[in-house]
Ligand binder design. Structure first.
Ligand code: WTA
Length: 631
């Protein structure tokens, strides 16, 4: 199923459009099924209802683990690099990982979990996180991994939305020089969650934690009570595999649902092709497993292909800015998949971090999460790839399950800051404001996808109508991505960023409405409006305009209080970079906030605000501009 030349790509692409069922049916033969499908695809985007590999039975962990045991039992599946470089790294072979997954799957069962139950996972980047994820899949339980940076309130919202029965967590996490008390956050979250019956706690940082009798159990104790034999649950191709929450333009995060068969095929196929993965190679994705990139390209994609996947607990700048490069040398990494925000932050450290590293094992570089600017692209290419490694700028989303538009390493000619061409099976199109498709090259518009692919989301958990509204209603018969895009003269795609009210901060998706709701919870705040602005390292920063009658207290303290409120309500990742206190917000006569104007002001483009004739009170804008200029 690997594509090795541009001619092969063109052939595969044409086939995937002319005969998608045959195309994907053949790809799917590369995976292990308990029972074959009777129909490759049935779909409509109106409801939407999308089914891939209907009737087929499988378990994704048999594809990620069992099927490699005959030939690759002793091959490393996971190499774990701890936060502290002085501490030993850990290698788990496929055989070891299989045993541990089976054992922990039995722990889950022992604690009452069964097929279909939802399990929340809130853990540091340790091998046990991957083990917990795979153990859920082993028994057919649905995992909902929550990124370690989210607050108790965010976790509680996610646990309640999915009615999770179990939580798997750890005492704490290390992130650089910081220690994070995960169990304490879970304890706070669970005050408001009635569905959780058991909490399984891994010892990691040895932070003292409170253990509630009858509810909380230690991972290390539990594994002693079970053996490591756990036959995989037989799953229908369309049974739910996981839920992953993501922000959109409205206030509440959505639980994006992926199912077993299609997701597996798509994650495996795209991993194998985009990185041109070769047997025996070491692959390092720096994302957190709490995001979709970690799900698809640390766990499921690589393991389904028998690859060796590096899991790194720490951050790129600890103990110093050479850490990524040290890891590349130490573990002889061949492919490195990271984010533009990490690249930009590492660029600022100059050449010093390269003094004692060679990085000569690197063969393929990848970028994901946000548009990569040309400067960062060239630095990545020259400094890290030494001009020898193709850069795959991979565009995709939580909802797409896997990479959609991207070069294929060693096949597609790359171009700085372009995601280049759609992968086989992906039919992108650009649409104007009236929903008309924009044909031809040298054009730009809103990015939509015209035809389903195996990794597409099936629903948003517990609210199918919301899924329809969000993705399938803007343009009939198309999946709307929320991204703007241009297609250049040679048909290459360049993603220009979100066109909805979502901000991309360091590759993290943050809904402006969510941040506004959080700020508005702060006592004394009358109203707020949040927009993104260009940020040198983070890509976008968060700018909050807040109505807060000034006489209440001093501004600096209020600013800190608001940041604290946002941290409590969402998590530190959603803290505004800038807060401006204002006496009013620019609104239309019908009361809608004119974010367009605020965005311009946040970008520093006050001279060109566009049409302001519908403004209810122009004096408000004058005030904001004056404040912005005196800063
Ligand atoms: C953005 C991350 C430009 C985009 C896998 C998308 C990108 C959102 C790229 C999804 C890229 C992701 N170039 N923009 N290569 N990759 N994006 O759901 O705006 O966390 O809609 O999935 O990130 O973010 P999510």
């Amino acid at each position: 199923m690997q594509i090795n030349s541009i001619e092969e790509y063109e052939l595969a692409y044409r086939k995937s459009v002319d005969n998608p069922e045959q195309f994907w049916g053949e790809i799917a033969q590369n995976f292990q099924w308990r029972k074959p499908w009777f129909k490759v695809l049935s779909w409509n985007f109106a409801d939407p209802e999308i089914k891939w590999f209907e009737g087929a039975k499988l378990n994704i962990t048999e594809n990620c683990l069992d099927r490699h045991l005959a030939t690759d039992a002793d091959k490393p599946a996971i190499i774990w690099e701890p936060n502290d470089p002085e501490q030993d790294s850990i290698t788990l072979t496929y055989k070891m990982l299989h045993e541990r997954v089976c054992r922990f799957a039995n722990v889950l069962k022992r604690n009452g979990a069964k097929k279909g139950d939802r399990i929340c996972i809130y853990m540091p980047m340790v091998p046990e996180l991957a083990i917990a994820v795979l153990a859920c899949a082993r028994i057919g339980a649905v995992h909902s991994v929550v990124f370690g940076g989210f607050s108790a309130k965010s976790i509680a919202d996610r646990i309640n939305d999915a009615a999770c029965k179990l939580v798997v967590t750890a005492d704490g996490a290390y992130r650089g020089s910081k220690k994070i008390e995960l169990k304490e956050v879970i304890d706070d979250a669970l005050i408001g969650c009635s569905t959780v019956e058991k909490v399984i706690v891994l010892t990691h940082t040895r932070t003292p934690v409170s253990m509630l009798k009858g509810r909380d159990v230690w991972w290390e104790d539990e594994v002693k009570h079970v053996n490591d034999v756990c036959p995989a649950e037989e799953m229908d191709a369309e049974d739910m595999l996981f839920i992953l929450y993501t922000s959109g333009s409205t206030g509440k995060p959505k639980g994006v649902v992926h199912t077993c068969g299609g997701y597996m095929v798509y994650a495996g196929y795209t991993f194998s092709n985009v990185f041109n993965y070769q047997p025996g190679e070491v692959y390092f994705c720096t994302a957190d497993i709490g995001w979709i990139t970690g799900h698809s390209y640390i766990i499921y994609g690589p393991l389904s292909q028998g690859a060796t996947s590096v899991i790194f607990e720490g951050i790129p700048t600890y103990p110093d800015a050479s850490r990524f490069w040290q890891i590349v040398d130490k573990h002889k990494v061949n492919s490195l998949y990271t984010a533009p925000t990490a690249i930009r932050s590492l660029m600022s450290f100059g050449d010093e971090p390269f003094a004692n590293v060679s990085m000569d094992t690197l063969r393929v570089l990848g970028s994901v999460g946000e548009p990569i600017n040309e400067e960062a692209w060239h630095w990545f290419d020259e400094k890290i790839g030494k001009g020898n490694c193709p850069i795959v700028d991979t565009w995709w989303q939580t909802e797409t399950g896997g990479i959609m538009i991207s070069p294929i390493a060693n096949v597609t000619r790359t171009k700085p800051s372009f995601a280049t061409l759609p992968l086989p099976g992906i039919q992108p199109c650009l649409v104007d404001e009236n929903g008309q498709e924009i044909e031809g090259n040298g054009v730009s518009g809103n990015l939509c996808i015209k035809f389903p692919w195996p990794g597409i989301l099936r629903t948003t958990y517990g609210d199918h109508e919301r899924c329809r509204q969000t993705y399938f209603s803007a343009y009939p018969n198309m999946y709307f991505t929320g991204d703007g895009c241009l297609r250049d003269d040679e048909g290459y795609y360049r993603i220009t960023g979100r066109v909805d009210d979502v901000i991309n901060v360091s590759g993290h998706r943050i809904g402006t409405a969510e941040v506004e709701n959080a700020i508005n919870m702060h006592s004394g705040v009358v109203e707020s409006a949040v927009v993104g602005f260009p940020h040198e390292v983070k890509g976008q920063g968060i700018y909050a305009f807040v109505i807060y009658p000034e006489h209440h207290s001093d501004e600096e303290l209020t600013r800190k209080d608001i940041l604290q409120t946002v941290t409590r309500m969402i998590g530190a990742i959603a803290k505004p970079d800038k807060i401006m206190f204002v006496s009013g917000l620019p609104k239309t006569r019908s009361g809608k906030i004119m974010r367009r104007i605020l965005r311009k002001i946040a970008e520093g483009e006050v001279s060109n605000l566009g049409d302001t004739s519908t403004l209810l009170d122009p004096a408000v804008v004058t005030e904001i501009i004056e404040k912005a200029q005196t800063k």
